[in-house]
Design a protein around this ligand. Structure first.
Ligand code: ATP
Ligand code: MG
Length: 447
């Protein structure tokens, strides 16, 4: 079994609790991920010590009483925050979200039974090694995601577990045990009681998982509970020479074929939401989706806001959706024009987006050559330090002012005119040469 690479602070905390007579373990995701050879995101500690006992054990440390009513004390060890939670049993859940009450227990097993999936019940400390009281090791080794206890009861208690379940299936690449899988589908409606922020966190992780496409396909009805707009994509035909899938299956293929970065995956998931609305079938039975990028943005913007994505993500994702059908530049001049409009980061993203989009089509490699060229143009432009925007232009506003052009709009127009000349290789990007062209540019707007 792989070593558990617990940070020194975690080991110290466990040791101090143990030495004070309280059983204590690292628990859940950190043990699961360590055993899978992945670096854990965070380390949770569970202990028999009551919160006030934990506070006494760490009386010399800075303490943050984060979730005292749930038994959690955050201890700062060498500046590292560690969440230490007392073994607890949850009371009744009446709202599919929170227990009415929690009761502390000295019994580890009771604490583990309140957790969501068997692979999330594994515990570890230096003394005992890995402790497995709920069959988590078997499931971990066999790639099975199984609810702890009766799945219907567990999902009724906390509906977020439904989404966590398919998120883990996507991220870990695990198969969901049949009873758990059926229960996820049966109970999906109760997800509507869960706060948008919590849905967003799980949905984003799901999208970035290695099995995202398969999970989004099999559990499409779960996704439709919080994104009902997606239903229009299911089975929406694309009778064109370019496509071999309906809109939803095409979407999933594109998700699978883009690197697992949040904004890129979101862009692919949502990029064709406008297609069902824009679909027009011509007299030859061929479908056309003119203007679907704009329609997608219109539909997706409220969804992203509703799911409480931050403004920067909303802006990036909708911007990329609007750009996703942009033609790849055929010449270096076209590449510079595109760069001047969208910038280097968006240009790079557009290459990824176009590649992934094409991978979900009838000829998945049809535009590879064009995209390689698009990449080459960029490398060449950057390597040679070629000018493609106002920052790279050899003259700036002050130069033009000094040359006698009054402030404001005229300077802006002149700069843009010069940029156009430089990008289209009609003028050297050289200060004196550019200044000589100013009058002409200022007079005509484009030289
Ligand atoms: P991640 O890799 O996202 O951190 P995780 O399993 O560690 O996954 P956390 O939210 O950090 O998830 O929770 C830590 C542990 O707490 C879980 O492994 C699980 O044992 C338990 N847990 C978390 N959320 C729930 C829930 N909604 N219902 C039951 N148990 C939960
Ligand atoms: Mg965790």
């Amino acid at each position: 079994m792989p070593e558990i690479p617990a940070p020194e602070q975690v080991k110290t905390a466990l040791r101090r609790l143990n030495e004070s007579g309280f059983s204590a373990y690292a628990v859940g995701g950190c043990v699961r991920d360590s055993l899978l050879g992945k670096a854990p995101l965070d380390w949770d500690i569970t202990t028999a010590a009551r919160p006030e006992e934990t506070e006494r054990v760490f009386a010399d440390c800075r303490l943050i009483e984060t979730g005292l009513q749930h038994g959690t004390v955050t201890v700062l060890l060498d500046g590292v925050p560690l969440e230490i939670t007392t073994f607890r049993v949850d009371g009744d859940y009446l709202d599919a979200r929170h227990p009415e009450s929690v009761a502390f227990t000295r019994n580890l097993k009771e604490d583990l039974l309140r957790r969501d999936f068997t692979v999330n019940t594994l515990c570890w400390n230096e003394q005992d090694g890995v402790v497995d009281l709920c069959g988590g090791l078997f499931d971990l080794q066999n790639g099975i995601l199984r609810a702890v206890g009766n799945p219907d009861h567990r999902f009724a208690e906390d509906a977020l577990r439904i989404l966590r379940g398919i998120r883990f299936a996507s991220v870990l690449g695990f198969a969901i045990e049949p009873n758990t899988a059926e229960s996820i589908l049966r109970n999906r409606q109760s997800l509507s009681k869960i706060a948008a922020e919590r849905i967003r966190v799980e949905f984003t992780k799901l999208l970035c998982g290695k099995n995202a496409a398969e999970v989004l396909d099999h559990y499409r009805e779960v996704i439709a509970v919080f994104i009902p707009e997606v239903r229009a994509l299911f089975d929406c035909p694309q009778n064109t020479v370019y496509h071999c899938f309906d809109v939803y299956r095409h979407t999933l293929a594109t998700v699978e074929n883009i690197p697992p970065r949040e904004a890129l995956r979101l862009c692919m998931f949502f990029h064709d939401f406008g297609k069902p609305l824009c679909r027009k079938t011509d007299e030859n039975g061929q479908d056309h989706f003119k203007g679907h990028e704009k329609a997608s943005v219109q539909i997706v913007l409220p969804i992203l806001k509703r799911l409480r994505f931050d403004n920067s993500t909303v802006k990036t994702v909708t911007n990329w959706i609007a750009l996703h059908d942009t033609k790849s530049p055929k010449t270096k001049i076209e590449a510079k024009k595109l760069l001047s409009e969208i910038g280097v980061e968006n240009y790079r993203a557009l290459i990824e987006i176009k590649r992934a989009d094409n991978r979900g089509k009838a000829q998945p490699h049809a535009i590879d050559e064009k995209l390689r060229r698009m990449e080459d143009f960029l490398s060449e432009i950057l390597e040679n330090n070629e000018c493609y925007d106002l920052h790279g232009l050899a003259v700036n506003g002050d130069d033009l002012k000094a040359a006698g052009i009054p402030n404001g709009k005229e300077i802006r127009d002149a700069l843009n005119g010069l940029l156009e000349l430089v990008i289209t290789e009609r003028c050297e990007n050289e200060k004196d040469t550019l200044l000589k062209r100013i009058c002409a540019v200022a007079n005509t707007g484009n030289g």
